[in-house]
Design a protein around this ligand. Structure first.
Ligand code: PLP
Length: 388
């Protein structure tokens, strides 16, 4: 195969002139931040997933920090999460003084394994933070059952799964709180942005205060005058701007079409790689319908003449923007220095060694998809060429 002229990244936003016009309108309006657009976007997200409340943040990481704060995570608390995630998930626990405890993954779905969660629960466990890895919901039925038994808070990291379905409903109402991210590679974008959706009014109030310095003008302790407000929590300035929210309001209208296109591409990949001996294609559970934020192959390294790195570099040389998600979080030097050791979650580590992320995003053309399939065929050395 010839090198593609244009580098095909693994994920990419799709911003139209319509979206841009919405942003311009805000720039000409009286409010650049804390105006009507954030409220409108929050309502749109809540309506979409079917939750009572949504609280927008300046990014998904800040939103996760808010959720850990609202859940009351503090010094000495343990929160069980997966190592197969972006560092932001467990970092949010550290921000609050808690300790992330890593449970291993399920070998089929690569999501956190509820049976391993059970094994890792101690008297200090306060919450579980599953991640909907690649856009397929974690096994929330089982996780919620465990949480209920032990009185634990469930914070779902849905950075990958806005628009995905679980048990026939949109992801976002199962957990106590669910985070969605609007980083450009995620299902929809606000450039930077994130949200927590919840049905719990107490969490909702805490989240709203937390993103705005911990300041409130309700239930004040005294009547100083109309200017008076109080800071009651050590919050942050984690607000989303109206400029970002305007982009979000415009983008969310296209979410279903975006997800549909991602699903089409996933089907094309699944069909192309179905009978190959040297790769494993992603498995979906019958009660989940992934949003396909990522499409990941597992290379059967023992059956290959090449290393993952060789295949990766060959694909990159063809301008196919493959990637790897994720380096097990506790392998990072910061976590090593906190005392986490390699070998903690053997299944996640083994998965990482053979993982390869292929490009998938709504704006990909059928030709782009064919280019990826052809390049993978060539570099992995398997399957019939599309160019017979
Ligand atoms: C992107 C992502 C985040 C963080 O979201 P930001 O909006 O980039 O801060 C957290 N968790 C996972 C799994 C992610 O993919």
């Amino acid at each position: 195969m010839r090198k593609r002229e244009i580098f095909l990244s693994y994920g990419k936003q799709w911003v139209t002139d319509e979206d841009i016009q919405e942003i311009i309108d805000v720039l000409k309006s009286p409010f650049l931040t804390q105006g009507p657009k954030v409220v409108e976007f929050e309502q749109a997200v809540a309506d979409y997933v079917g939750s009572k409340y949504a609280v927008a943040f300046c990014n998904g990481t800040a939103a996760l920090h808010g959720a850990c704060f609202a859940a009351g995570i503090s010094e000495g608390d343990e929160v069980i999460t997966t190592p197969l995630t972006f560092a932001a998930t467990s970092n949010a626990v550290l921000y609050c003084g808690g300790r992330p405890i890593f449970a291993d993954i399920d070998e089929q779905t690569y999501n956190i394994d509820p049976q391993d969660i059970k094994k890792k629960i101690t008297d200090k466990t306060k919450a579980i933070m599953p991640v909907d890895f690649t856009g397929q919901s974690a096994d929330m039925d089982t996780i919620l059952e465990i949480a209920k038994e032990r009185n634990l808070v469930v914070i779902e990291d849905g950075a990958h799964s806005l628009g995905a379905d679980y048990n026939g409903r949109k992801v976002g109402t199962q957990a106590d709180m669910t985070m969605f991210s609007f980083h450009p590679v995620k299902p929809i974008t606000t450039a930077e942005g994130g949200v927590i959706v919840t049905n719990n009014e107490i969490y909702y109030e805490k989240l709203k205060r937390f993103r705005s310095h911990g300041i409130t003008n309700e239930n004040l302790s005294c009547d100083e005058g109309p200017w008076y407000y109080e800071m009651v929590d050590l919050g942050f300035n984690y607000r989303m701007t109206d400029i970002q929210a305007a982009l979000g309001v415009s983008q969310i209208q296209k979410l279903d079409a975006f997800i549909e296109r991602r699903r089409e591409i996933a089907v094309q990949y699944n069909e192309a790689f179905a009978n190959w001996d040297k790769v494993i294609t992603p498995i979906q559970l019958s009660n989940a319908n992934s949003g396909w934020h990522l499409y990941m192959l597992q290379l059967k390294l023992n059956d290959l003449q090449k290393t993952r790195r060789q295949i990766f570099e060959e694909l990159r040389a063809l301008n196919i923007g493959v990637h790897v998600h994720y380096i097990p979080v506790y392998w990072h030097p910061y976590y090593q220095q906190l005392g986490y050791e390699r070998g903690l979650c053997p299944k996640a580590e083994a998965w990482y060694e053979g993982a390869l992320t292929l490009p998938i995003f709504p704006k990909m053309t059928d030709q782009d998809v064919r280019d990826v399939i052809e390049a993978v065929r060539e570099c992995v050395g398997e399957g019939n060429s599309l160019l017979k």
